[in-house]
Design a protein around this ligand. Structure first.
Ligand code: COA
Length: 164
């Protein structure tokens, strides 16, 4: 294991990182010694923010938390997790609708690498209804999303301006 203690990798597209993600990372830190927020370069989604922007925003958000590291990754998640010598892949579950996708992903990752366990935390009820997509949709239409994303993300969205 890299350093000491249990390391969990928290992977995602984070386009952008939301308060729901932040809450999950903080709760992950109560369980694991270190959490690596692993920002996916290759993703089935077409991200609005470049990989470097998604990483930079997340780094700003967790700058004061020494237990959290933010890194980009590409290729297979389990290979990245193996390189990090992570014991756990951490994921959040918001609602039953997340379950099927998460179940498939967890089983595929287990098929690929049996020594890494996927663990789930229930998303805090305050963030049950948000997703990166719904926040982007509201923001593009001029909605106020200030309380749904961390400040550095909000500032970045403001810099981009509303609309495409
Ligand atoms: N609070 C609020 N929203 C949350 C949340 C939480 N706690 N947890 C997840 N979400 C939302 C996100 O905002 C996101 O919304 P969106 O679909 O509108 O973008 C959605 O739930 C899930 O996104 P995210 O957490 O960013 O993960 P992801 O599903 O985009 O990530 C990867 C998928 C990157 C982990 C996966 O594709 C991967 O591992 N890729 C690498 C290649 C690989 O190994 N493939 C085989 C894996 S089976």
């Amino acid at each position: 294991m890299e350093g000491t203690g249990t390391l969990a990798v928290y992977p995602g597209t984070f386009d952008p990182l939301t308060n729901g993600h932040v809450s999950l990372v903080k709760r992950g830190c109560q369980v694991f010694d270190r959490v690596v927020v692993a920002v996916a370069a290759s993703t089935p989604k077409a991200p609005m923010f470049k990989l470097s922007e998604r990483v930079a925003m997340a780094r700003k958000v967790f700058a004061d938390n020494p237990s959290v590291e933010v890194e980009p990754f590409s290729g297979l998640l389990v290979e990245y997790a193996r390189r990090k010598e992570a014991a756990v892949i951490l994921r959040g579950l918001r609602a039953v609708s997340d379950f099927e996708y998460e179940f498939q992903m967890a089983l595929m990752n287990r098929h690929l690498e049996r020594s890494i366990q996927t663990m789930f935390l229930m998303t805090d009820y305050r963030w049950m209804y948000i997703s990166s997509s719904i926040i982007k949709e509201a923001w593009r239409a001029g909605g106020d999303v200030r309380w749904l994303v961390p400040d550095p993300v909000y500032r970045c969205m403001m810099d981009l301006g509303v609309g495409d």
